[in-house]
Design a protein around this ligand. Structure first.
Ligand SMILES: Cc1ncc(COP(=O)(O)O)c(C=O)c1O
Length: 458
């Protein structure tokens, strides 16, 4: 007999040698043992049939920036429940939706309750009533002619700027600024377009274009040839903008290198300087080399409603391996209508209201409020001895951390000493180390209080 099976029997019989219950306990014990062995065998058998995962996800650096900020803030407020924390970190808006948007959505909801006004699935690309207003208001006045079938309405620029890479080859080389909006990088990592992240946090096979005070946060043109170039102006996180001259150079660079520019203009509404382009299509020839992302999120407070759009001109072409030209607009249309079922009628009616005379006035007033915050933050920080960048044409202020403090050290310092939450620059890329982002989307009273606390530190 197997000695493994004999051992428990000996043990039990010595414990309970004069009664029969020893035998029953022994049998029960063996049953449990058998079940355990069977379960392990089944599990072993199952392993080969589990689906293989996309291992590119394992390359992603642990902890996306904002969850880590959330963790530190939670830990601090649990330890200090009496302290009031002011959040100037994550770039969410704080002003409520303006009246004309809400009224338009209420009316749209009423439409939906009638048989004539009910709307089921709409066009995946968006309703013409919204697209024509976008073209009339966002592009025509800037001398840009856009066709109705060149606009794709969506539920956000995060999704759009993350999903767009799907229609390009997996060996396409991407170029990003450093620091950068993390979505551009992470979605390419997921798609397998990169290698592992190195010690410095940079992924292999991505072209990084450092933006620092030394180059006035304007990246140099890459020497290695990229296929896709992500540009974001006004920039998150640095709050800097690109001049018409600089964008003209980018368009020429893309043409020369057969590259496509993915231009993220999510913050264009915050531009105050009339000489700064709001759209890359204001640059002659840009339609052949660029597409543009726009969002109602920050412009009109739609972060919780969700509405955005991409403009992909018909002139924009990619190519097959054999060198045949393919329309990017056609590819995206196919992708969008296969994987997306349109933004709700009610939301699109709300977005349309942004272009009414009343809507435009209300949105302008909200943008003014945030930009006044930005000016106050800049002024207050400068008075407290900080060096600041951005904030003139964007709702973000990028500041240099005090000497000797890393971005995360300054984050902890500001949280613990002044109960203010900002965003560490290094979370946007290694070139962001030594910098820190404050958002102007807070409430006025919070901005004032935060500045008081910062000044009291110095
Ligand atoms: C540069 C940039 N692009 C896109 C987005 C996402 O916008 P949306 O709310 O439309 O998804 C953000 C949001 O923070 C952003 O900073």
């Amino acid at each position: 007999m197997n000695p493994m099976k004999q051992a428990p029997r000996k043990l039990l019989s010595s414990l309970c040698s004069k009664c029969l219950c020893g035998k029953k306990i022994f049998l029960f014990f063996i049953m449990i043992l058998n079940n355990l062995v069977l379960e392990t065998k089944l599990q072993r058998k199952k392993t080969p049939f589990m689906a293989n995962i996309n291992e590119n996800y394992l390359k992603l650096k642990a902890g996306y920036l904002f969850p880590e900020i959330g963790r530190r803030v939670r830990a601090y407020s649990e330890a200090n429940p009496d302290k009031r924390i002011i959040r100037l970190g994550i770039g969410d808006v704080t002003l409520p939706l303006s009246k004309s948007i809400v009224e338009a959505m209420k009316k749209a909801a009423d439409d939906m309750s009638t048989s004539q006004g009910f709307h089921g699935y709409g066009p995946e690309q968006g309703y013409d009533f919204l697209i024509s207003k976008i073209i009339e208001n966002d592009f025509k006045p800037r001398g840009v002619d856009i066709g109705i079938d060149e606009v794709f309405v969506s539920d956000g620029s995060k999704c759009d700027s993350g999903n767009i890479q799907e229609i390009f080859s997996t060996d396409a080389k991407i170029a990003v600024t450093d620091p950068v909006y993390p979505v551009y990088v992470d979605t390419n990592v997921m798609a397998g377009r990169t290698g592992e992240a190195g010690e410095d946090g940079r992924y292999k096979n991505i072209i990084y274009m450092p933006c620092k005070a030394e180059n006035n946060f304007q990246p140099d043109f890459p020497t290695e040839k990229p296929d896709l170039i992500y540009l974001c102006y006004p920039n998150n996180p640095t709050g800097m903008v690109a001049t018409k001259e600089r964008l003209t150079e980018w368009v020429a660079y893309a043409k020369k290198n057969d590259a496509i520019i993915l231009f993220d203009a999510a913050y264009e509404a915050f531009i105050q300087d009339d000489s700064i382009p709001h759209s890359i299509f204001e640059i002659p020839g840009a339609k052949e080399v660029a597409m543009e992302f726009r969002s109602f999120s920050k412009t009109a407070g739609f972060t919780g409603l969700r509405c955005a759009y991409i403009v992909i001109p018909k002139e924009l072409k990619g190519k097959t391996k054999s060198g045949e030209a393919v329309s990017i607009n056609t590819l995206w249309n196919r992708r969008h209508s296969t994987k997306f079922n349109g933004v709700s009628y009610v939301t699109q009616k709300g977005a349309e209201a942004c272009f009414s005379e009343e809507g435009k006035k209300e949105i302008k007033a909200n943008v003014k409020y945030y930009m006044e915050n930005a000016a106050m933050i800049q002024k207050g920080l400068n008075e407290a001895g900080f060096e600041t960048f951005g904030g003139n044409n964007a709702p973000y202020i990028w500041l240099r951390t005090p000497k000797g403090k890393t971005s995360w050290e300054f984050f902890d310092f500001l949280l613990q000493k002044a109960q203010i939450v900002g965003t560490p620059g290094s979370g946007f890329g290694p070139a962001g180390e030594g910098y820190f982002r404050l958002s102007a989307f807070g409430k006025r009273e919070d901005v004032e209080e935060a500045l008081k606390r910062i000044k009291a530190l110095s």
